[in-house]
Design a binder for this molecule. Sequence first.
Ligand SMILES: Nc1ncnc2c1ncn2[C@@H]1O[C@H](COP(=O)(O)OP(=O)(O)OP(=O)(O)O)[C@@H](O)[C@H]1O
Length: 295
Amino acid sequence: MTDDPVIEATGLGVRYSRRGGWALRDCSFGLPAHRVCALVGPNGAGKSTLLALAAGLLRPTEGTISAPPREETAFVGQDKPLYPQLTVDETLRMGRELNPGRWDAKSAARIVEEGGLDGGARIRSLSGGQRTRVALALALGKRPRLLLLDEPMADLDPLARHRLMGVLMADTAENGTSVVMSSHIVAELEGVCEHLLLVDGGRVRLSGPVDDIVAAHRLISGPATASADLASHTVVESRTTGRLLTALARPHGPLDTDTWQTDDPSLEELLLAHLRSPNAPALAIGPRAAEAVRA
Ligand SMILES: Nc1ncnc2c1ncn2[C@@H]1O[C@H](COP(=O)(O)OP(=O)(O)OP(=O)(O)O)[C@@H](O)[C@H]1O
């Protein structure tokens, strides 16, 4: 296994119409192969657009994106295009026929069985969450090199989500699949995702290995009167309550420990601080870091 990027983008931009605004602009990043990458951002940030580009369903208006070919990619979008009149078993048989020579019946069956789905049930009789499960079974059965998931677990109950995430992660780790997964449920990503791409307003705000991104930040608290001390660091967000100042910052050197108390932020704290501060400087760590930050 190599750490070569599975997806590489340079100056990527998408405009859906000539008069419309840019859904994505100046995006440069690399996503590592054989890893689980989280794609995070608020509504309308450009996540689905980015996944559609990676899946080869959309062409960029400007810039380039390289990704595996469509036959090696599986994409589970927000709307799951299944045939309502087919049964679960017939759907999986169709998956086998559409993917001759590479269909992994065991992986597909495992996802369906784990949800207790009746193979004879018609797709139209299934709940939204059960359909998601069938769509994921079809995607994994394809044994893709790249698995793209657009908010895959949104309509599953918390227990089903937790279990299915476990199965998905075990399966993709076993097969060295590269996964890119968008989600609004940050708690779901913590401990699962190794790489992070935060997009906001069509731009890349954070890009890099989760551990490195988290390690680059500190939660800082201390007296508001000493706020000038922070001027030499990159402050993503700061708040003053009475005499106490709390901040999320990227320190560029030691902080006076007599004045400041510092802690590791959680991934959730880090993401929320960035989302609340759209003008905070972007951070890219790893491949294409220079271009990402320049953009
Ligand atoms: N088919 C389309 N035609 C025109 N504009 C579109 C189209 N699809 C998306 N957009 C616009 O592109 C921007 C990015 O949308 P996108 O769906 O990629 O965001 P997202 O991050 O996936 O959002 P969400 O979290 O709500 O799913 C938005 O401003 C959206 O209105």
